[in-house]
Design a protein around this ligand. Structure first.
Ligand SMILES: NC(=O)C1=CN([C@@H]2O[C@H](COP(=O)(O)OP(=O)(O)OC[C@H]3O[C@@H](n4cnc5c(N)ncnc54)[C@H](OP(=O)(O)O)[C@@H]3O)[C@@H](O)[C@H]2O)C=CC1
Ligand SMILES: O=C(O)[C@@H]1CCC=N1
Length: 273
């Protein structure tokens, strides 16, 4: 892949996950800088991955080919207004990983016809297992689309969406989704502990069952998920009784409602930030 000079504005969980995945996959650390007001997170990334750490957003953005906006949505306007005073974005590619900040808003903050790609990653990017959605408005060149796709492919899989609304759907299905699985696993670990397993043993049981299930899904691309579920569910057996509790309590409806709530919040954020 092409190696352009990258500057991350924001050094938090998501920027850290992408930086880790990029460096692990061979992206030159010398081409990556990371900015944040305090040294707390950025210096950890500098020590761990050899990237440059700075508190000077504008200086680093000026030096970069690609500026990755990775602050919280509520910080985005202040950060962009400060960048806009000092940085000429005309020759640069801007990548935003923020939920709920639209291309139109970025154009308002950083200039019309901004060369911007919205990316919705997730934290498994840290271990090369990310799932990122990407959206580019029509002014973005094919070369910049290709670069953005290659960048995120270095830390996982990608899915382009044709409309910006699709980014909110990616949030519901992938960006926020690791937390859904963590919640489920936390509940299972807690119950395994109540059954008498140590915290470590309970975590191992849950982790191995979850990673085994996802490995099975990956190894069976032509098998519907419902079939994989049925393969576990013996007639008159234990799984049937466990699944009956989930269906009686309307798990599919709960999942649908939760995903819709994520989308609704992303839409609200678009009006707020
Ligand atoms: N976490 C996730 O799973 C995902 C997050 N996202 C998006 O990623 C973005 C970042 O989220 P996340 O990483 O979780 O957030 P964090 O709170 O972990 O990190 C925010 C970072 O922004 C830095 N920051 C705050 N103010 C400024 C500033 N003025 N200039 C530069 N940096 C600043 C903070 O600095 P300091 O280190 O000094 O505190 C911190 O490093 C959000 O927009 C979110 O929507 C998208 C997909 C998934
Ligand atoms: O919770 C959030 O708003 C961010 C976006 C997707 C995951 N975390």
């Amino acid at each position: 892949m092409q190696h352009r000079k990258l500057c991350f504005i924001g050094a938090g969980n998501m920027a850290g996950a992408i930086i880790s995945g990029l460096v692990e996959s061979g992206y030159p650390a010398a081409l990556i800088s990371v900015c944040a007001p305090s040294a707390t997170h950025r210096d950890v990334l500098a020590e761990k991955y050899g990237v440059k750490s700075s508190s000077d957003n504008n200086g680093c953005a000026n030096e970069a080919d690609v500026v990755v906006l990775s602050v919280k949505p509520q910080m985005m306007a202040d950060v962009c207004k400060a960048l806009q005073k000092d940085v000429d974005f005309s020759g640069k590619l801007v990548l935003s990983i923020a939920a709920g900040v639209s291309v139109a808003r970025f154009c308002e903050l950083l200039g019309d016809n901004l060369n911007i790609v919205r990316i919705m990653p997730n934290t498994p990017s840290l271990v090369g297992k990310g799932m990122s959605g990407l959206y580019a408005p029509k002014q973005v060149s094919q070369a910049d689309r290709d670069y953005s796709g290659e960048l995120m492919t270095a830390v996982g899989k990608i899915c382009w969406v044709d409309t910006e609304e699709g980014i909110n759907h990616i949030i519901a299905a992938a960006g926020s989704a690791p937390a859904y699985f963590f919640l489920f696993m936390e509940a299972m670990q807690a119950e395994a502990q109540r059954l008498g397993f140590s915290a470590d043993a309970a975590r191992m049981l849950v982790e191995q069952a979850a990673s085994g299930a996802t490995a099975l899904v990956a190894a069976s691309p032509d098998t519907p998920l419902s079939q994989l579920r049925e393969n576990v569910t013996s007639k008159g057996g234990t799984t049937f009784e466990a699944l009956k509790v989930f269906t009686d309590r309307k798990l599919p409806e709960i999942v649908s409602e939760a995903m819709q709530a994520a989308i609704t919040r992303a839409q609200e954020m678009e009006k707020l930030f």
